[in-house]
Design a protein around this ligand. Structure first.
Ligand code: FAD
Length: 458
């Protein structure tokens, strides 16, 4: 029955960031949707352990939100961060703008973003969200979900016509697809974990560090970062080895933790009065890159977001890439039409896979930049020289960070390739440069011109 098929809801597994945005897109296209989510409704359950965690939202994410007209709701709860501020071990600060004047990435609370999106989904009569339902098995050829009601333990089956697996890095939908013939899958953990900590607000809710910046304490082998919250506090995250002489394993007592922080983060430690409690109460999170292929099963199942491509967080792009998935899928549905889902899904995978693979590499690359290179004066000098080249050759030299973060028309794979070409040029140039003024030297100017011309010729 054709009518039944078109009115049967599309099933979205996972009501996280990407699942809720995807639902808004599909509803806007005229589809009823049914979302299933393992966790309880975050708007009723309250914050997990009272913690709020923030994320950096940038242009690809904004574009995803704009496609369903929800940027205003999010803008209200975002704080623009125009630069990185690096804190050295003596508490001295250096800074590096993220982009051009006025360009920023935004600190938003994961929880308020998720709640806002869920409110918007729930306001649509065509959308239904059922919380507390865990997918435990999936019959791909039979198109049946096996779900468990988490509260009662009751298990039941639901059929579907089309299923979107947006159930995150440890996706159960992907789990079923992995067992099929010729399914590729890899997961790689870093030897680092992360711990979320709090830099408290000052009197009257004042920010005790510069508000409109992302703060970094680069320490070579490890780092701490902090992003601002609306209430004057910052969420700090320590990225630290699991094992070794300076590691999570080596810090065993509150005393050891306090000494370590006072020693290596001397300007932040006094702003972290709950440090020793938080350090032991908060879990140590792991950091994983997950790649898989294919992302679809026939024309009935498609993976998006972390379920298809989980990456480490050092470029602040995981959610942004997931939101971009929604934009790309919507565009393909416009271009190809909804009568040929096989082509839509094939094209989606073909377009997205090289880009999310490149993003995974970029995220690993940026780990070294953030924990180590940003502390090197030569690296910061190189970045200032790059801005000069960008200003002198507008459009022909776009810094890698800007291509990834502020250029949503540039696919990630193109950004990464161009970034590597520019890095090779800088490697030629930097031996001639000891100070910013050296950029004006005729031999440097000639070299820049020559290198750019070579790049154009390629
Ligand atoms: P998720 O947000 O994981 O949502 C998946 C949902 O599916 C969850 O609600 C889950 O409960 C549900 N689910 C899972 N299994 C089942 C099941 N069996 N049945 C039913 N439901 C299920 N990205 C950025 O863009 N910027 C950042 O600054 C940034 N910082 C980060 C910092 C850290 C420390 C980490 C770990 C990640 C960061 N990310 C960042 C990445 C970002 O969090 C993810 O990319 C994003 O959450 C992916 O969204 P998603 O909806 O695909 O998955």
């Amino acid at each position: 029955d054709a009518t039944a098929a078109t009115t049967e809801p599309l099933v979205i597994m996972g009501a996280g960031l990407v699942g809720s945005l995807l639902s808004l897109y599909l509803v806007r296209r005229g589809h009823p949707v049914h979302l299933y989510e393992r966790l309880a409704d975050p708007r009723r359950a309250g914050l997990l352990e009272g913690r709020s965690i923030n994320l950096a939202l940038s242009d690809r994410g904004w574009r995803g939100l704009a496609g369903v007209g929800v940027t205003d709701d999010i803008q209200k709860v975002g704080i623009p961060m125009y630069r990185r501020v690096m804190h050295d071990q003596q508490g001295q600060l250096t800074q590096q703008p993220y982009g051009q004047e006025g360009q920023a990435i935004f600190s938003v609370s994961r929880d308020s973003l998720n709640r806002t999106l869920l409110d918007l989904v729930e306001a649509k009569p065509e959308a239904q969200i059922t919380f507390g339902q865990k997918l435990t098995q999936l019959d791909l050829p039979g198109r049946r979900l096996h779900l468990r009601d988490v509260a009662s333990g009751q298990e039941y089956d639901v059929g579907y016509q089309r299923l979107f697996g947006v159930d995150g890095a440890f996706s159960a939908v992907r789990g079923a697809m992995q067992r099929l013939d010729r399914a590729d899958y890899s997961q790689q953990y870093l030897e680092y974990g992360y711990k979320e900590l709090t830099i408290v607000a000052g009197p009257g809710g004042a920010w005790q560090l510069e508000k409109n910046a992302l703060h970094i304490w680069p320490r070579g082998n490890y780092l701490m970062i902090a992003l601002p919250n609306l209430d004057g506090s910052f969420n700090a995250t320590l990225f630290f080895p699991y094992e070794g002489p300076l590691s999570f394993e080596s810090l065993r007592t509150p005393d050891e933790v306090e000494h370590f922080f006072a020693d290596v983060f001397p300007d932040a430690a006094p702003l972290m009065p709950n440090l020793d409690t938080e350090f032991f109460a908060h879990p140590t999170g792991s950091l994983v890159t997950i790649r898989c292929w294919p992302w679809s099963y026939q024309d009935t199942v498609l993976l998006l977001g972390d379920a298809a491509h989980a990456i480490v967080p050092f470029y602040g792009q995981g959610m942004n890439a997931g939101f971009e998935d929604c934009t790309v899928l919507d565009r393909l549905l416009n271009e190809i039409g909804e009568t040929d889902w096989t082509r839509v899904m094939d094209e989606f995978e073909r377009l997205r896979k090289p880009n999310t693979d490149a993003m995974a590499e970029l995220a690993l690359y940026n780990f070294v930049e953030m924990r180590d290179r940003v502390a090197d004066p030569r690296f910061l000098l190189q970045k200032r020289i790059e801005s000069k080249i960008a200003a002198q050759y507008p459009g022909r030299w776009v810094p890698l960070y800007s291509r990834v973060t502020f250029s949503p028309d540039t696919p990630y794979a193109e950004a990464w390739a161009a970034g590597q070409r520019q890095e090779a040029i800088m490697a030629q140039l930097m031996p001639h440069i000891q100070a910013e003024a050296d950029y004006e030297k005729p031999e440097v100017q000639a070299l820049v011109k020559e290198q750019l011309a070579e790049g154009d010729a390629q």
